[in-house]
Write a protein that binds this ligand. Structure first.
Ligand code: ATP
Length: 858
């Protein structure tokens, strides 16, 4: 039996029971039922059960399970039961957080889904690519990723890059004729396109022949791996956790040995050392980071920034340069033709050219699909009373040579009576090159008009035409010469209102904004001045200016220029590299197929969600769902917030853990009884550390977060004196606990009361610590004190829980506590308050010192 590449277009249509104008809508449900979804099978996502079991597969939890086992064995049933309860609660909390993070990731993936333009009932519609069925007629364009295997039926200058399938990374020119040879490999089937490959040039129409796992890529893909990516921060933390583990275990051994030496019961000391290890080890840190990043990414989506690669959330805060396109990102991309001027009274022909020389298609309700520059031209001609039907009848389309951003032109070839006519439009300078010799002098006049209009920020296009008496043959770039000048159009694309503010924010945040556009320098400058990217009279350079510079000069000049015009995608790549070699951390926007290399090269590649091609999206770290520059700035702010919160969490957890170790370590040296029992340590670890810790991650951005310079990307997580802060806070917390024990001993309280008091004190001072840690720069008592409702909720809840386990009689034996009198509670409250003030004072002094040494700006 013949395969699709061996069949003619008509045979394919017959075999798949479809038509050149697409499937009928009624036919689709049955086909979907029969063929299923157009998706590749992915490696199994983590099931709920595996997430839950994963919680138990943690060294510390295993140690705890063993500890519970030993407790039961030696007859300490309550201890055993409580440990098990704690294991369950811990696992549940980890599970709840991790499944939320997984859900966020799933949602992000779903949002990044690919779309396809398909003909249904003879009208183009945009649908999710996974809803395609065999027989669908799809429209393909440069920059798109082919959504399914398909047989081509129409091509214009159509090429694909099939590296993902064949490994050959050059573009393959495609045809539509049937090929008779048998058993061709996909790479040789030149009338077919394959799922997952990229359209590098031109446009085409094709009939879907296979979807999902039946496609060529489906056959070889096997299972795709979709795990959570580990971020640099997580990797560094994993190493750190291991180093810390060694120290903690050593300390635990010492605590155990000291206890034995002092004559404490062996079993109790064993449990104490174990619980200390469990409490002190920051094993959960990498997981907390994932959760913070994933949930941060979920928050960013709400602000229209769709994260594709999780590490971007973490590194966004380091951005020092944002290199941005103009059209659509800084401007609204609502192009409207403002004026046109035809040469030689050729208005009618110019309007026909505006209607015909484009890739625009109309939907059922006459909504136009396509590039905004082109739809603006079509709308303008339609408004002037011209109709597409009339234009098509007069000048039937034969061939297209699509727009590309290096050539900056597009051409269409039409039949006109017994003649042929070529329409070309494009950027003024690029069009001058294709005009006939006779315009050598006269065109200057039109270039002056262009200059005048461009100064007002208008986008100017030149139009030209050429009549052939004979069929010109293949339409390629060589036909674009000796043309007649037809006229000039100008359209406005107003700047986005919110962008001026965003650019001002960038300035205070130490981030430089650079406009890199394909448009001409005068238009670019006019818009850049309006948006305050440069001052009036500031300089703009063109890509050509850059090409003339040597490598060193390029590196230097890039520091000073903030507007680049007429830049080709290759030059864009060089700009990113030059900035990076100057030590900058670059975020770069892109939309076209040729932007992929610079998006990959940039530290953060940002693809346009609306106008971006699949290829650009695929190469990016983040997608701007609304194409808006202001969204980048919001994402940077969010990135800074998340990173700061992670550091706050680390400060909080490590200082609390350290204080527990220090208390247990030093109390015996002062001749006191063991200050905390295993159950107390576990409780503090789970409840006091856990609940506010999670709330910390949700802390809103600090005031002034965008008034500080960017964080160096390779900066150590503990930079800025974090270790000193951890140690200092831990000492304050420890002193509070030890003071309380000293006071209790002096009052003659029994050991159980002493322990209950130390336990409660540690719980309260840590809550104070949580409140203080919320802001690195501002006092707890400054404004915003109630901004994080979740935090206050967990603090109140934790206090209530603590009081319950101290005062409710039947809980006392479980938690080895005893009722505290009002004196005890008063002194605990006083000490907690004093410790909070101490920590706040430390914050105040450290900010003062930081400012004095110029390391912090506020
Ligand atoms: P930016 O790079 O900021 O998005 P841009 O849209 O001007 O700006 P390109 O899309 O690369 O960048 O376009 C470069 C130039 O090509 C434009 O300034 C315009 O003169 C010309 N041009 C744009 N679109 C078309 C088109 N559809 N047909 C012909 N010429 C076009």
């Amino acid at each position: 039996m013949k395969t699709f590449y061996q069949l003619s277009k008509e045979e394919v249509i017959n075999q798949l029971q479809t038509s050149f104008s697409g499937l009928r809508n009624e036919a689709v449900p049955a086909l979907r039922e029969k063929f299923g979804e157009n998706t590749l099978q992915e490696a199994k996502q983590k099931s709920k059960l595996s997430i839950l079991l994963g919680q138990l597969n943690d060294t510390m939890i295993i140690i705890l399970i063993i500890a519970a086992g030993i407790s039961f064995f030696v007859g300490e049933h309550t201890d055993g039961l409580v440990i098990i309860a704690i294991i369950i609660a811990n696992a549940w909390m980890g599970y709840a957080q991790e499944s939320k993070a997984e859900e966020s990731i799933k949602m992000l993936k779903k949002m990044a889904a690919q779309f396809a333009l398909v003909m249904r009932d003879n009208k183009p519609v945009k649908i999710e690519a996974n809803k395609l069925v065999p027989g669908d007629v799809i429209l393909l364009e440069a920059g798109g990723i082919v959504p399914a295997d398909a047989r081509l039926i129409e091509v214009s200058a159509f090429k694909t890059d099939e590296a993902s399938l064949t490994g050959e990374s050059y573009s393959v020119e495609k045809t539509i004729e049937a090929i008779s040879k048998d058993n061709l490999v996909p790479g040789d089937q030149h009338n077919m396109v394959f799922k997952g490959t990229m359209v590098s040039n031109g446009s085409a129409k094709a009939i879907v022949t296979a979807i999902g796992m039946n496609t060529e890529i489906g056959k070889i893909a096997g299972l795709l791996d979709v795990g959570l990516q580990k971020t640099p921060l997580q990797k560094r933390l994993a190493v750190f956790s291991k180093q810390l583990a060694v120290i903690v275990i050593l300390i635990c051994v010492i605590v155990f040995a000291l206890g034995l030496w002092r004559g404490e019961p062996a079993f109790q000391m064993f449990l104490t050392a174990l619980s200390l290890a469990v409490a002190a080890l920051p094993e959960a840190l990498p997981a907390v980071i994932t959760i913070a990043l994933a949930r941060g990414a979920a928050r960013m989506v709400k602000q229209k920034a769709l994260i594709r690669k999780l590490p971007a959330v973490e590194t966004l805060g380091s951005v020092t340069y944002i290199c941005t396109d103009k059209t659509g990102t800084l401007t609204q991309n609502v192009m409207t033709v403002e004026k046109m001027q035809a040469a030689n009274n050729n208005e009618e022909l110019l309007e026909y050219a505006m209607l015909l020389n484009n890739e625009v298609s109309a939907s059922e309700n006459n909504e136009l699909f396509g590039d905004s520059t082109e739809t603006a031209l079509v709308y303008y001609a339609l408004k002037d009373g011209y109709t597409k039907e009339e234009a098509d009848a007069k000048y039937p389309l034969l061939l297209k040579l699509p727009f590309d951003s290096s050539r900056m032109r597009m051409s269409t070839l039409h039949k006109n009576g017994d003649k042929w006519i070529l329409f070309t439009k494009g950027a003024p300078v690029k069009m001058v090159a294709v005009l006939s010799e006779k315009y050598k002098n006269s065109i200057q006049e039109w270039l002056n008009v262009n200059k005048e209009w461009a100064k007002d920020g208008l986008r100017v296009l030149f139009f030209a035409y050429k009549v052939f008496d004979q069929e010109p043959g293949k339409l390629d770039v060589s036909l674009e010469k000796d043309m007649n000048f037809l006229g000039i159009t100008a359209m406005i694309d107003p700047p986005r209102e919110e962008v001026i503010d965003a650019i001002r924010q960038c300035k205070t945040a130490g981030i430089k904004t650079m406009m890199i556009t394909g448009d001409q320098p005068l238009t670019a400058k006019a818009i850049a001045e309006r948006l305050e990217i440069i001052n009036e009279g500031g300089e703009a350079k063109t890509g050509m200016d850059l090409d003339k510079l040597g490598e060193e000069d390029f590196k230097n000049s890039v520091k000073e220029i903030f507007v680049y015009a007429r830049v080709s995608p290759e030059q864009k790549l060089n700009i990113v590299k030059a900035l990076q070699s100057n030590g900058e951390f670059v975020a770069m926007t892109g939309d076209g197929v040729n932007d992929a290399p610079s998006l990959k090269q940039a530290d953060i590649g940002l693809a346009m969600g609306i106008t971006g091609t699949d290829v650009a999206k695929e190469a990016s770290d983040m997608i701007l769902l609304d194409d808006n520059f202001a969204t980048i700035v919001k994402a940077v702010k969010e990135g800074r917030r998340i990173y700061e919160n992670i550091r706050k969490f680390i400060l909080y957890v490590l200082s609390c853990n350290l204080s527990e170790i220090l208390t247990l370590f030093f109390a015996p040296f002062l001749g006191f009884a063991i200050p905390l029992l295993p159950i107390h340590i576990l409780w503090i670890n789970l409840v006091t550390d856990g609940l506010p810790g999670i709330a910390l991650v949700a802390e809103p951005a600090e005031e002034g977060i965008m008034n500080r310079p960017p964080r160096p990307p390779k900066e150590n997580l503990f930079a800025g004196g974090l270790i000193v802060k951890i140690i200092f806070s831990a000492i304050v917390l420890t002193l509070s606990a030890i003071f309380i024990q000293w006071w209790a001993v002096r009052q003659g309280y029994d050991v159980k009361t002493q322990q209950t008091m130390v336990f409660t004190t540690l719980c309260f001072v840590q809550l104070g610590n949580a409140l203080s840690v919320r802001s690195v720069y501002h006092s707890l008592f400054s404004k915003g004190i109630f901004a994080n409702k979740g935090m206050w909720g967990t603090v109140v809840l934790t206090v209530i829980l603590q009081l319950l386990i101290v005062y409710i009689p039947f809980l006392q034996p479980v938690f080895k506590t005893t009722t505290l009198n009002s004196n005890a509670i008063q002194i605990i409250s006083l000490v907690s308050l004093a410790s909070l003030l101490c920590i706040e004072l430390m914050k105040y002094l450290s900010n003062k010192i930081g400012k004095a040494y110029g390391t912090k700006k506020d």
